[in-house]
Design a protein around this ligand. Sequence first.
Ligand SMILES: [Zn+2]
Length: 134
Amino acid sequence: MKPVQVPPADELTAGWWDATRENRLTVQTCGACAGAQHPPRAVCISCGRPDDLALRDATGSGVVDSFTVVHRAPVKDLEVPYVIARVRLDEGPILLTRLEGRDDAGSWCIDDRVAVGWVDLADGRALPVFGPEG
Ligand SMILES: [Zn+2]
């Protein structure tokens, strides 16, 4: 993967990004209602409570919810084609991510099982991408 532009961590996402340094994928989970959400927020989107949210390790598995194959690079030096996807984690939340690991980018299908992999960033964080499970 070529140049990756990733937003800096802020006070809500710092814990999530810190876990990526250890290649741990986490989801914010509400202790009151067990709702899981991504990205991390100040309140639970299921029950509205602001005070019972914690990051828990995710299994790193999920299914392809939607995807598109990009053939025209939006910036110079970006290798194409690549696959942008929504992956629905087994815990429920959806991540906007990339699909990798197949020679034919167009061979992906909705509901394909996928598992997390990691792309190291220059600042020590890592970016979750997904590939075929198993
Ligand atoms: Zn809740």
